[in-house]
Design a protein around this ligand. Sequence first.
Ligand code: KIV
Length: 266
Amino acid sequence: MPDITLTTLQSLKLAGEKIAMLTCYDATFAKAACQAGVEILLVGDSLGMVLQGHDSTLPVTNADMAYHVASVKRGNEGALILADLPFMACATLEQTLANSAQLMQAGAHMVKVEGAAWLADSIRMLAERGVPVCVHMGLTPQTVNVLGGYKVQGRNEAQARQMRADAIALEQAGAAMILLECVPSELASEITQAVKVPVIGIGAGAAVDGQVLVLHDMLGLSLTGRVPKFVKNFMAGQPDIQSALRAYVSAVKEVSFPGTEHGFNA
Ligand code: KIV
């Protein structure tokens, strides 16, 4: 049982204290992130890009995810471990159950699924069977080929209305957390107020319940040289990685990150 539980996160939301989440793929960084005060370690399928060198997250398998979840678990010091179900891991209800079980047995405390209202049955089924679920909405990298690129989502009123309705429907289906990626700041703020569960943002402005960044991005490391607008390099001006991780947590807690320059308008 981690020190940080869903109850802790719910209390942070109610108290208005921002939640610090960071991606993490191994034991050493898990320990360092915990010691810096990170509350949620996201074993993201971004590992396909930043660790494996692919140009998308699509090649990542559930076995890859389980390997990294088990590594993170060994270094974890009390954070909640959130693990991504990778591309096609939720293609059927049976696969969703089996793949979630593999990640939970490897050490995850919660799984994350990318999508929208169509996930309601999967989320209900997982929640009923003891698997907390975070739903990743907005820019969902696993569907980059449908979206036509890594683009901001929810910019027009019809899309925004749909996203608000989906968030509420998925909370009702049992989602315990929502992650919004590349969504206009105002829409993210509206969704955060409309649901009771914590909402974590990446490129979603400051008026959400917490923030997440990809570890390599916030340490100023990039394979491609393309740095998304929502990223801040927390290594800049810091003597070492531990200080950079602490600076990230402080900036999230003090709401000095993200600034308006890291967000998007409708
Ligand atoms: O896989 C990942 O790292 C993620 C973040 C971009 C939120 O889903």
